[in-house]
Design a binder for this molecule. Structure first.
Ligand SMILES: [Zn+2]
Length: 86
């Protein structure tokens, strides 16, 4: 998705956009192949099995909806932060 903080430009007021790190894009739904090493940890034969994983972070959607530029704010537990979204 295009970065809502720099409008896809990669910079804000001449500085590198810290949310998208200059790419102009934000990943909201990651996906990819599972590293074969992971199968070794759960005693699956990585020569026989492969895996595909995907997911979507609800925090990312909230970041874009409410224009919160630092995802860490969602995990700090500061009630003042939460109350602004009434
Ligand atoms: Zn950006």
């Amino acid at each position: 998705m295009s970065c809502v903080f720099c409008v896809g430009k990669g910079s804000v007021n001449g500085a590198l956009c810290r949310t998208c790190k200059g790419s102009g894009w934000i990943e909201i739904g990651g996906a990819g192949m599972v590293d074969p090493t992971v199968f070794g940890h759960v005693d699956y034969d990585s020569e026989r099995y492969t895996g595909f994983a995907f997911g979507m972070g609800i925090e990312r959607m909230a970041m874009l909806r409410y224009r919160v530029n630092d995802i860490k704010l969602f995990y700090e537990g500061d009630v003042r932060f939460v109350r602004q979204f009434r």
